[in-house]
Write a protein that binds this ligand. Sequence first.
Ligand code: AMP
Ligand code: MN
Ligand code: MN
Length: 327
Amino acid sequence: MTILDKKLEGTGTVLILGHVRPDGDCVGSCLGLLNYLENAYPQTKATVCLEAPAGKFGYMKGFDQIQTIFPQDTSYDLCICLDCSDKERLGAGAAAFQLAKDTLCIDHHITNRNYCAENVVEPNASSTCEVLFGLMDEAKITKETAACLYTGIVHDTGVFRYSCTSSKTMNIAGKLMDKGIDFSSIIDDSFFRKTYVQNQILGRALLESITFLHGKCIFSVVRLKDMDFYGVTSKDLDGIVEQLRVTEGIHCALFLYEVEPQIFKVSMRSNTALDVAKIAGYFGGGGHVKAAGCTMSGSIYDVVNNLSGHIEKQILELEAKEEEKEG
Ligand code: AMP
Ligand code: MN
Ligand code: MN
């Protein structure tokens, strides 16, 4: 019996929440759990509440049932928070979370603050979907549930490329494939496919990228006026930081987009032992060692300058350690 079974036994209403600006792992884990409950715990009445996810995730069963208006004064028997490292990241879901009779967090962020009554946090897992799979009865995972979990794993591993991918991740992905999912369509349609304007804004961001710290770092920024010009929203900016990261010789990539005038969402990626979760944490954000984010205010120059100081400090420390080893 897993902690999920213990919490669900005899439970009536379940509220499933994720983090603000939900990504593939967030939507995949929330809908994966919704579909699982329908099959394994039919006595529960589950509701998924999220900020409106990108339409490309529409193939997942239950996508149309996602509520984007958050309950304010309903007291659910159990609130399950997925892929969300702290209460603030629940966004408008925080009100209902506070009123819930019991809470459970399932996550894989190293920066998780253990804010629920029970917290299942596995920082070495590729994704929340991987952690969730471990809490489920495999026999009760339907093809529909499998498609959701596979989506989360694909997105958080960059299609099995990032260092968070383990042989366990691959084994789980294999078991999900055995459920009969259309894995090539999932990967193509939700991960690689881009609209014309998404490609245009990606191209623009690459064209305007700038390297710094002797070519070890790269950054690019998309301003509100650029998003207006191309007719895109923040949902259309997926993958830009990844393309910056794979630039030859780069230790650390930064991508900024403006959420409000002079307020920037920062995405950071590391190719080395450089710990970007630590830097994001310093500025009130969080994430993983090699992929993290935060929100910062000020001019672009100030934001990059502030981040650059922390990156440089870590690069110097790492280089000193290397020299010591060689020494
Ligand atoms: P992103 O750069 O937005 O793709 O995020 C990279 C990783 O860091 C993801 O696992 C996010 O969940 C996490 N992350 C991003 N922004 C924040 C934040 N403000 N607070 C905590 N975690 C974050
Ligand atoms: Mn996520
Ligand atoms: Mn995740």
